[in-house]
Ligand binder design. Structure first.
Ligand code: NI
Length: 143
């Protein structure tokens, strides 16, 4: 059995700020700098979703990329695109909207739908700026 890793890329843009309600404005500014700006700032996010599996004998596919794209759009990008991550997104309610916290919330939304299409979600990569991105492997810690 040959295991293949396949990745789909999707994009969304969204606003957020980094802010801890338990801290003073001074402390927030000290820790989060410009990212704590009260009137928000935005990013063009790029999400890479990697699924592992064995190519199906009938299709040669690990997972149909059209299906994977629809899952990501329905579960993630339609919910986040043109939204304020701090205010507008039910599944991020009460979550400090760092890229790290957003990626783990995305994982929780994708793992079951991907599984029900015969794939195993193994990695997410969320690019926030050209210099910053985060990766998450769920329970599949690679290191
Ligand atoms: Ni930011």
């Amino acid at each position: 059995m040959k295991t293949v890793y396949i990745t789909r890329r999707e994009t969304f843009n969204a606003a957020h700020k980094l802010w801890n309600d338990n801290w003073s404005q001074e402390k927030n500014e000290e820790v989060f700098g410009r990212c704590s700006n009260a009137n928000w700032h935005g990013h063009n996010f790029t999400l890479f979703v990697t699924v592992k599996g064995t190519p199906h004998p009938d299709t040669g596919f690990v997972i149909n990329l059209k299906d994977l794209s629809v899952i990501i759009q329905k579960e993630v990008t339609e919910k986040l695109d043109h939204k304020n991550l701090n205010l507008d997104v039910p599944f991020l309610k009460g979550v400090l909207a760092s890229t790290e916290n957003v990626i783990t919330a995305i994982w929780d939304r994708l793992i079951e739908p991907v599984r029900s299409h015969g794939g195993e979600l193994v990695k997410l990569k969320l690019v926030e700026t050209e210099n910053n991105y985060v990766e998450y492997f769920g329970e599949n810690e690679p290191f």
